[in-house]
Structures are given as C-alpha cells and as structure tokens.
Unconditional design. Structure first.
Length: 351
C-alpha cells in the first residue's frame, strides 16, 4: 500500500513539474497546426513604463503581415514599436509628439528616416504597420487625426514588440496577423538570396518584378543552417504548406553540419505533411559549394538547380550575373536567371 502511494505521489509531482516548466507560446504545437486559430496573435491590457517592453515572440521573417497596436496614456512621451528589436534586419519606429523615426537594425542600428507626422497625439494612439513584400505602410491615428507613411526601408525580422522610451503607456491591444501568407501552399526558407525587398534577390524578383506571389518566404540574411532551421520550425507551427523549399547552404562552412541539419529539416518537412524541395548553391570566389550540390543532386529529392542558372557549376558565373562588390550575391540580371530557373524546375509556383 505504501509503495503504491509513493508511486502515485511521484507521478503527480512529475505532472506538476512538467506543467510548470512548459513555456506559454503564441501558437499551438507543431503537431497540430491550425491556421484559423493561429492568427491574429493578440496581447491585451499590458502596461509599459519607461524602459519596459511587451512582445509577441516569433521567429518569423516573412514579408506579408500586419501589426496593429492600440495605446492609451495620460501624457505622450516616446514609444517604440516594431518587428525585431535586437536581431539583424529587424526594424522599428519611434514616435513622439512631433516626429516618427524609422530604424533598421544593422551593424550598427541605423536611423533611416525622420518625418514630421503633424498630428496631435493626446490620450490615445493607434499604430498600424502593414508590410507587402518591398513596401511597408505605417499609419498613426489619434483623436480623428491621422498620418500615413509608405517606406521600403522597413524590413522587420523576428518578434513583435512595444517599448516605452519615455512615459507610461497602456497597451490596450497588440496584434500580429500573417494568415494570408501562411495559408499559401508553398514555403521558401532562405538566407539573403530569398529576400523579398529587392529585385536582386530571388523572392523579391518573383514578387515584385514577375508578379509571382504564390509562395511565402521566411528568410534571414547571413543565416546558416541552424538559423534557417529555426525559421522552418516556426513556419510549420503556423502553416501547413504542400511544398517546402529548403534554401540553406550559402552561409554554411561545414558540409557535415549542413548535411546533418538538412536531414533534420527534411524529416521535419515530411512530418508536417509537405514535400521537401532542395536547391543547389552557386559557388562564389570565397565559397565552394560542390559538396552540397553533389549531395542535393544525388539525394533523390526534387531540387531547383540554382547553380546552373548562373554559372558553369565550377564557380564561374556568367557575365553580369554576380555582384562585383560583394562577390556573393546576384545582380538583378543574375536574380532574373535564378527566378527563371525557379519557375522552370518548380512550375507549381505558377499554379
């Protein structure tokens, strides 16, 4: 009897410990993605004093989304809101009684735009930020006065946050919605090659120049296989694509590490119910991608042959295709060729 009681108490304690150690998340688990209930993510009724912040943690770097924030306060100070507070290519705005300031987190963080908003901010402020690929629209509203700014300087990687730089604010609500992007059948996980804000990048060339917007890209510039695997895990929490293009490799120095993480990515993609699509990586003067490309072509999985789109597969790029300043990224002409190859090897983009 005593032994049974001890066993019973043990399992009760284990259950309590597990429930206490489980972190609250902003979405269901990866095993039960639910598009209809994931978005919008909403945080309500939080107070932030000077130096304090609230956030919706999110490892997502896509480019079709909406942020909405409703603030109340006794006197306006200076508030900061954005997507990616401390991460490379995060972006945020700061708002005081006179101006709106646009910042991009680079090395170092840069103030890229200052504009007089011209509205009287009193007791309340609504902030709406909407990104559609290379353009972000920022709307401010207070007491029936409004201001709007459209910019191509707001990138916005990672989580959503509100921070008080001066004054006390009540965050009546903070929401993030990417449902339109996350209901697409095709997901492209990428590094800077998958950037959406420039026609010199594959995704941007397709989105902006060719009008192909049938896929969601979540990309991190400079990201290696670990960074992109984190993006993949978050993306399949919020979406259920039919195809996932795994675009890692350009920033990976160890083939063994890349291979190990790529195989984990393939397993995760297949477990989510999607078909994995691999890519070859064009070698550049300082980065030989022969091992990766050999693996991809022999893998048995479908792949997009980006290397042959811009080079002879031995690191020699075709004339005018490689950016001669950094010698890593394509020019617009090179991105045109990469986008064309994407469409040829993966025609589902046009469905």
């Amino acid at each position: 009897m005593r032994k049974n009681l001890i066993i019973f108490v043990y399992f009760i304690l284990v259950g309590l410990l597990n429930s206490c150690s489980h972190k609250n998340t902003v979405s269901p688990s990866t095993d039960t993605p639910s598009i209809t209930t994931n978005f919008p993510l909403i945080l309500e009724s939080k107070t932030v004093k000077e130096g304090e912040k609230v956030e919706l943690p999110l490892v997502m770097c896509n480019h079709l989304w909406d942020i909405s924030c409703k603030l109340t306060f006794e006197s306006n100070g200076r508030i900061r809101i954005g997507k990616g507070r401390d991460i490379y290519q995060g972006s945020y705005v700061e708002i005081d009684s006179i101006n709106i300031y646009v910042y991009t987190v680079t090395n170092p963080t840069s103030l890229v735009k200052t504009i007089l908003h011209g509205i009287k901010i009193d007791k309340n402020l609504n902030i709406d930020i909407s990104q559609k690929y290379n353009q972000t629209t920022i709307n401010l509203t207070s007491n029936n006065e409004s201001f709007s700014l459209v910019t191509d300087l707001f990138i916005g990687n990672d989580g959503i946050f509100v921070e008080s730089l001066n004054g006390t604010y009540t965050v009546a609500s903070l929401s993030f919605d990417a449902k339109t992007d996350c209901t697409k059948d095709i997901l492209y996980i990428a590094d800077s090659y998958g950037g959406a804000s420039s026609v010199e990048r594959i995704a941007g060339n397709l989105y902006i120049k060719k009008g192909v917007q049938s896929f969601m890209t979540s990309n991190f510039s400079g990201g290696n296989c670990y960074d992109l695997y984190a993006l993949l895990k978050e993306a399949v929490r919020f979406s259920k694509p039919r195809y996932v293009i795994w675009g890692s490799g350009m920033n990976d120095n160890s083939f063994a590490t890349w291979k190990s993480i790529t195989e984990q990515a393939i397993t995760l993609i297949e477990k989510s119910g999607a078909e994995p699509i691999l890519i070859t990586i064009p070698s550049v003067p300082t980065r030989d991608k022969t091992e990766i490309n050999t693996y991809v072509r022999a893998s048995g999985y479908r792949y997009i042959d980006f290397s042959l789109a811009v080079s002879d597969d031995a690191g020699n790029w075709f004339d005018g295709f490689l950016n001669q300043t950094d010698k890593v990224h394509p020019t617009e002409k090179g991105a045109d060729a990469l986008a064309k190859r994407f469409l040829e090897d993966f025609p589902e983009l046009l469905n």
